[in-house]
Design a protein around this ligand. Structure first.
Ligand SMILES: Cc1cc2nc3c(=O)[nH]c(=O)nc-3n(C[C@H](O)[C@H](O)[C@H](O)COP(=O)(O)O)c2cc1C
Length: 304
């Protein structure tokens, strides 16, 4: 708190002392890394996406630094929901953990969400948006009917809030957002990575083993901000903004586009783990100077 300026916010029923969350997949694969991020100014941590069975992910190379961010095709490596129990037991006492899950359809998602609820997750985030996992992610998240079926099945299975993480790799983003809302979803999270590819001219083939990959980091921010802005014009449920945030200005853009909170992934690597403290300090100073007393007074300001 600085002279009456508050960074408290809420995403529906989820109350956050600070508006920035660790995005799924970066420093959130283990209980220890999640606990560490709570000490760095994150208001919540979204876990690595977890599936029903252990998954080794794609073989190396699966991550590459590019101008302004990363491309990755990790292939959703995770130990499976049973093994992940121990990580959640360690992380949950430290702060709000949003359990990210992925599956092939409504039954998988419902079972996984129930397990995350049992483990003490504050909410579940449905990964409907990974661009490099065959049969999962954006392959199920670009069909509004499938998205609606998954969200409504999960809503029937759990009492904790259900967030749906959307892909930018579609021209019907607003329809997908509406499908989430109509099915009772509590929030949408936008965006996951942009489907991408990097080719080595010397080897005349894609650099990453999977070929296709997902682009994250600074370069995708204008796409993410536009996605949040578009979603705000058609949805009443809260939006969480993610994609290319590495300083307070970036976070402010997302909030003014319509996000009630935001997530940071790549900048934990490119800036460092103190990126959350830097963003928090910068937001406080900006809000003080421009007369915003709290986050809610900034949400959607660019629409007015
Ligand atoms: C190495 C890496 C792994 C990721 N793993 C996941 C994941 O498991 N589930 C998910 O929903 N998003 C995953 N993402 C996407 C991020 O959560 C985020 O949506 C995206 O990177 C855009 O945000 P950023 O530019 O701040 O990184 C991953 C991103 C990176 C860079």
């Amino acid at each position: 708190m600085q002279d009456g300026v508050s960074l408290r916010t809420s995403v529906g029923k989820v109350e956050l002392g600070l508006p920035g969350m660790v995005a799924s997949g970066v420093m959130d694969e283990t209980g220890a890394s999640m606990v560490r991020m709570f000490g760095c100014g994150a208001g919540a941590v979204v876990s690595k996406s977890v599936g029903l069975q252990p998954n080794p992910g794609h073989s190396n190379p699966c991550l590459l630094e590019v101008c302004g961010g990363y491309v990755n095709a990790m292939g959703l490596p995770n130990p499976g929901i049973e093994e992940f129990r121990a990580e959640m037991e360690q992380a949950v006492p430290a702060g709000p953990v949003i359990g990210s899950i992925y599956g092939a359809g409504p039954d998988d998602f419902s079972e996984l969400a129930g397990r995350m609820e049992d483990y003490g997750a504050t909410a579940v985030e449905l990964n409907l948006s990974c661009p490099h996992a065959k049969g999962f992610g954006m392959e199920v998240g670009t069909d509004p009917r499938m998205v609606g079926d998954i969200v409504s099945a999960v809503k029937s299975a759990v009492d904790i809030p259900v967030w749906a993480k959307l892909t930018p790799n579609t021209h019907i983003l607003q329809d997908i957002g509406r499908a989430v809302q109509d099915a009772g979803g509590d929030a949408v999270v936008a965006i996951n990575t942009l489907k991408a590819m990097v080719i080595s001219p010397e080897f005349a083939r894609p650099v990453l083993s999977n070929g296709f990959c997902g682009l994250s980091g600074n370069g995708i921010r204008p796409v993410g901000v536009r996605a949040v802005y578009d979603l705000r014009t058609v949805l009443d449920i809260p939006i969480v903004g993610v994609g290319g945030i590495s300083c307070w200005r970036d976070a402010a853009e997302y909030i003014m586009a319509g996000a009630s909170a935001f997530q940071i992934g790549s900048a934990i690597g490119t800036v460092g783990i103190d990126v959350f403290e830097q963003v928090n300090d910068g937001l406080r100073s900006f809000m003080e100077e421009y007369g915003y007393r709290d986050i809610s007074s900034m949400v959607g300001a660019a629409h007015e």
